[in-house]
Ligand binder design. Sequence first.
Ligand SMILES: NC(=O)C1=CN([C@@H]2O[C@H](COP(=O)(O)OP(=O)(O)OC[C@H]3O[C@@H](n4cnc5c(N)ncnc54)[C@H](O)[C@@H]3O)[C@@H](O)[C@H]2O)[C@@H](O)CC1
Ligand SMILES: [K+]
Length: 525
Amino acid sequence: MISEVCSDNLSQLPTYLYSAEQTRALDHALITKLYDRGYDLMEKAGSAAFKFIQQQYPQHRSFKIFCGKGNNGGDGLVIARLALESGYDVEVIFATELTSPEKELSETCYLAFQALNKLKIKVQSFDSWKTLQPSAQIQTNKTVLIDALLGTGLSGTVKPSYKAVIDFINAAEFSAVYSIDVPSGLSSDSGMELGCAVHADITLTFIGINKGLVTGNSRNFTGRLFFSGLGTPEDIYDQVKSSTKLLSLEEINTESYKRKPAGHKGDSGRAVFIGGVDGLNGAAVLASEACLRSGVGLLTAIVGERAILPILTRSPEIMVQPLLSDNTVSQITTSLQNAHAVCIGPGLGKSSAAKEAVIAVLKQKLPTIIDADALNLLSENPEIWKQHGHSQCILTPHPKEAARLLNIPPESVNQNRFLAIEQLVDKFACTVLLKGSGTLISSKRNNILVCICGNESLSVGGAGDTLSGILLAALAKSRNALNAANYGAFVHGYAAELASQDGVIGVLPSDLMPFIRLIINKTAI
Ligand SMILES: NC(=O)C1=CN([C@@H]2O[C@H](COP(=O)(O)OP(=O)(O)OC[C@H]3O[C@@H](n4cnc5c(N)ncnc54)[C@H](O)[C@@H]3O)[C@@H](O)[C@H]2O)[C@@H](O)CC1
Ligand SMILES: [K+]
């Protein structure tokens, strides 16, 4: 069975995600158990890939198959053979010259090459193929380009000869670009392009879903991502332990978010939001409303003067007070007396009152969300966390905030989001939610969840404030940081997808509110 890797399909997808090395271990275990040789598994993968592309593009009878010299290329050669046998018009183009196939191709790829050779098809190198056919004449209409250049075996930056092919693929206008296993050039570990990567319309991945296919920049390259387990028996997966999981509702205990028929407002959670000072007032408006729509029982918002009127206009249910610049500590201590959870940071600024507020909040040892400027204050004043940090916190950095917290360049976070969240969890010993496409959540070493819900509609100001509001309600209700982080990320991302039905451009974080409510009512059971 082939399933799309998307929010609507989470329950049909495998629970665990794998590194390239772990995928190799899965392949090895599978070959040892079920097949005489690796080539039999390659036949199975190639055949699944061929059938799938036939289904996706039934009108297209022409394939241009770009192959590398490893097993990913071997998959391409199997597809070429099957397509030729089915009467397709097929061209096979190797990225670089093939002078001695037996020596240059991987063992399994060579077997696929021999099988294809029996059909007497001419295999060309990219350079000679391109010389023979000036780009203007390359037939792209009704032609599917099959990208079998590089898969999970890619290491280091893509070599110039391969980059030239990838640049060509990305510039040409084929009807469809279909990547086998991984868009060539994308790291299946980090989700970052290693110099360049193929922009696919469809990617079909096999056996296990790679971690790098669901986070970082992966979505810029995979197009629609599909998965086939190729009938791998369950016990094969038991042999390769992964510490990374795909976040689905099964991972979340939604019981605590339910309303009791005879419950009262205190049962639904008492929350306090602190932020939205002048110039950044909107953060408080969005976070507060998202918190209410996420079902919190009582919300107090301690905000900048100018946020008071807009908050009350939109949501008179909220108890609002101005954040005092003197007496901050006693104001916060008093306000938190009966609170179940607190969120500090969105639009907080970095004034001395803001700093005092962060310390006062941490001293209460309540379930706490620390976002935006509160995170920046922790980066600039590491002694605050050393003295007052605690495990009931959720830190919600975007990559730049994460880099500041770790005192490393932002590129380092992007190049390895999985490592970055491990370092954050090690350093802060609490729950961390690392924002970005494929949000990562973790609260202890060797335990990372990846939330694939959400889309590019969220790449606007205010999206993070909305998430903070959802998280605050979830934390006030469950008082379990990891569970609230998981649920909040899921609700926020899924709400963004539902709000994008007319397109992702121009969706406002405030448009998410009715969908937040809808999802919570449907899932809090
Ligand atoms: N038998 C198996 O283990 C199976 C493997 N499968 C396929 O095999 C792939 C993995 O195969 P491999 O491990 O052979 O690796 P790949 O085919 O992904 O890559 C290895 C090839 O890429 C070249 N290469 C590595 N780094 C490069 C760089 N920076 N620039 C340019 N070229 C570079 C290597 O020289 C080698 O020729 C999977 O992605 C999947 O498509 C599938 O056929 C299923 C079965
Ligand atoms: K590929």
